[in-house]
Design a protein around this ligand. Structure first.
Ligand code: GTP
Length: 353
């Protein structure tokens, strides 16, 4: 058996047993085989005539004519049609016969022959065969048997052709489904990547301002449940523009990165360190009063920074909310920023003497 033939039959799960079962469903038996075989010579004598009439009628329909296309294709189709007609009366309705019908189904689907055209062609061929058998055979039981057997065999073939249509459609749908899933996965990855970039500041690795509000709400809610205070530190580098101008932008970046590290090292797991924008940072401290934030955090931040970047100074503003009354996120941010600004102004005044 040819290997392609094996796969097509395997794909359709058609075995000798399955063919037998299908024949039984249509009550197609040895008597039918014999009846068809007896017609063989009659049909063979009229073969050219039948095929010519068939394609004469088919090509008179402009839709079918355009499906067929050129005269080479027509010739190939005529040859295939001759073979098929002789197959119908060959008496051998086995795996090879079945595979040929499956192949016809696939070819029809591939070149876009719609079921209505396929079925009308089957109808036409059936009509021409019946007409020729009526003309050439004596009327009687034998002819009746042959016509009934032909009906059964054509049902057998049409079923196979339609099953390949369906199989082919299902695999097209599967392919589209796979492509859609692939596209959705790629899209999800892109979105996840973008979200990741937005959630984390690329330079310092701290949380971005976009997620500060989310963190504030989460921390304040937890603090409300536990009646704990929350503190927010607003941090701003002094004269960062001057540092950038004097020492270059790359140095400025290093200052921001180092400050980010210091903030992270100082904070605990439940705290949130945010790059608010430019040279401004926030640290959100869970379960911390303003005094604790000043004493434990602000001092440590200053000490670490002095060790690592002695030429850089920062200003900080600390505010507390809770445990009895909690301010909303915006108000908390505004007052921390104001405190930082007041502290910065005070130290500028001191520096100015
Ligand atoms: N190197 C570097 N510079 C940045 C970055 N983002 C913002 N800047 C610069 O940071 C500077 C912030 O300047 P200002 O807002 O005037 O603040 P300042 O110079 O620190 O002044 P004061 O806050 O009054 O001390 C601007 O010159 C920005 O261009 C960054 O990612 N890297």
């Amino acid at each position: 058996m040819h290997s392609n033939m094996k796969t097509l039959l395997e794909q359709m799960r058609i075995t000798e047993m399955e063919i037998g079962a299908r024949k039984r469903l249509l009550e197609f038996d040895d008597q039918d085989v014999a009846a068809l075989l007896r017609c063989r010579d009659h049909i063979e004598r009229r073969l050219d005539d039948i095929v010519e009439t068939f394609y004469g009628i088919q090509t008179s329909n402009p839709d079918i004519a355009s499906l067929i296309g050129d005269s080479d294709t027509l010739e190939r189709l005529e040859t295939a049609q001759r073979r098929y007609i002789m197959d119908l009366f060959s008496g051998a309705y086995d795996l090879e016969y079945t595979n040929n019908r499956l192949r016809i189904g696939l070819v029809h689907k591939r070149i876009g022959v719609e079921p209505k055209f396929y079925l009308s062609a089957v109808y036409l061929l059936h009509r021409l065969l019946v007409q020729n058998l009526n003309d050439t055979m004596e009327s009687g039981l034998e002819l009746q048997r042959a016509l009934l057997a032909l009906d059964k065999l054509i049902y057998f073939d049409v079923t196979l052709v339609f099953e390949t249509y369906i199989l082919s459609l299902v695999s097209e749908i599967e392919a589209v489904k796979n492509r859609t899933e692939e596209y959705a996965r790629a899209l999800e990855e892109t979105v996840a990547m973008r979200n990741g970039q937005l959630r984390t500041d690329a330079l310092t690795g701290l949380t971005t301002r976009r997620y500060l509000n989310e963190a504030l709400q989460r921390t304040v809610k937890a603090a409300q449940r536990r009646s704990e205070p929350v503190s927010l530190i607003f941090v701003d580098v002094d004269d960062f523009k001057g540092l950038n101008d004097r020492r270059g932008h790359a140095y400025g970046d290093r200052v921001l990165t180092e400050l980010g590290k210091v903030l992270l090292e100082t904070a605990r797991g439940e705290d949130t360190c945010v790059r608010y924008g430019g040279d401004e940072f926030c640290v959100l401290l869970a379960n911390s009063t303003e005094e604790q934030a000043e004493a434990a955090y602000c001092q440590r931040i200053r000490r670490l920074l002095a060790e690592r970047l002695p030429e850089v100074s920062i200003s900080m503003g600390v505010v507390q909310t809770g445990p009895d009354h909690f301010e909303d996120a915006d108000a908390l941010l505004k007052s921390a920023d104001r405190r930082m600004y007041l502290n910065k102004s005070a130290s500028k005044d001191v520096a100015a003497g």
